[in-house]
Design a protein around this ligand. Structure first.
Ligand SMILES: [Fe+2]
Length: 252
């Protein structure tokens, strides 16, 4: 093995040197910490515990993203903002120094075009234009192109959550390029790096990172088990590699 490969590994990724990696990312954009509204936290105590964990991981700001789905999770600003404010109050009382806000993770389903037309979407970023979207895991939705077009015409910047988890893209990787060419930003789940979801998902994550296709990272934390894996995932060579890219996390 050449000296280069000994240092950087055979795929050009620095191998784990044993020196702890200090996470340069301080802003977290994908999680399910609003209690009782989706498959994430069930109680405010769980929300607070996970936010305390994020603080200990070095996060300065968390924008949580409850699911919005036409059939299952009919969330909107109306129910999310009062719960966000309750959590903010508890953070203050418990002296947890983390900035906390809420956006959403919108499923591209039959009802989504109506939501775009109505305006009032939960967004994030200093410009309030970034919007986190997700797709069904089985197949690309037939109205995806229409939704992306309508979002962009309305001035939103779509961020596709965990592109590595959609196997219909992971098995047809040119599709990632197509999304990027259309101005869609891609958000990698940190846990994908350690194979938390599956080997094909980890492989797709590696492909996306090595080809500089990732714009943001996020934890997609739903519960304590996710949080317990995060410190190891942050040490993973794929995560270290993606942090060399111009990620948007700290700037939005
Ligand atoms: Fe999520």
């Amino acid at each position: 093995m050449s000296l280069f490969n000994k240092i950087f590994g055979t795929k050009g990724i620095p191998s784990n040197t044993g020196i702890p990696f200090v996470n340069p990312i301080h802003v977290e954009f994908h999680s399910h910490l609003i209690f009782g509204v989706d498959d994430g936290c069930e109680t405010i105590d769980q929300s607070i515990e996970l936010l305390r964990d994020f603080e200990q991981l070095g996060m300065k700001k968390v924008v949580t993203t409850p699911h919005v789905m036409s059939d299952f999770y009919k969330n909107s600003k109306e129910n999310i903002y009062p719960l966000r404010d309750q959590i903010r109050q508890r953070l203050k009382e418990e002296n947890i120094q983390i900035e906390f806000d809420a956006a959403a993770e919108y499923m591209i389903d039959d009802g989504f075009e109506k939501k775009i037309a109505a305006g009032d979407l939960l967004t994030f970023g200093k410009d309030n234009k970034h919007i986190l979207i997700e797709l069904p895991f089985m197949s690309e939705p037939p109205n995806l192109n229409a939704c992306l077009f309508e979002l962009q015409i309305a001035g939103y910047i779509p961020v596709l959550a965990h592109p590595e988890r959609y196997l219909y893209y992971a098995n047809d990787r040119e599709k990632y390029i197509g999304l990027k060419e259309r101005g869609i930003l891609l958000q990698l789940n940190i846990l994908s790096c350690v194979g938390y979801y599956s080997k094909p998902v980890a492989d797709a994550a590696e492909y996306l990172v090595l080809n500089n296709l990732i714009d943001l990272v996020g934890s997609d934390t739903h519960h304590k088990r996710h949080m317990q894996i995060l410190p190891d995932a942050i040490q993973h060579k794929i995560y270290r590699k993606v942090c060399e890219a111009e990620l948007l996390n700290n700037y939005l």
